[in-house]
Design a binder for this molecule. Sequence first.
Ligand code: FES
Length: 124
Amino acid sequence: MKSVQELRELRERTKAALAVRDREGGPRIVVCMGTCGIAAGARDVLRSLLEELERQGRDDVTITQTGCKGLCEREPMIEVLIPGSAPVTYGSVTPDVVKQIVDDHIIKGQVVSEYAIAIGSEGN
Ligand code: FES
């Protein structure tokens, strides 16, 4: 269990990281950060996304957060939106899966079907 102080520091670090991750026009990744997402490891997923994109030199990718998506059993979840393609929601995402999604979907444009739980959404 982390102390309140540790959680505050983690929140500030995450906010600072996200502040430099608001780009226009490029790919967008939305991390579900509802309470059950966080309990399932969404913060580790967010951290590994930031690290992996930095490692790949992809500073054109926007990362944002959303809350509950109502699919607790599939958390942690992320949504990948690439301009001109249908959005893809991934479930049961771990830091290793993040690497695969960045390599295959963000870099090569290939959906990682093993972890994709929805393709497209209302209005798309
Ligand atoms: S409480 Fe929202 S997805 Fe679980």
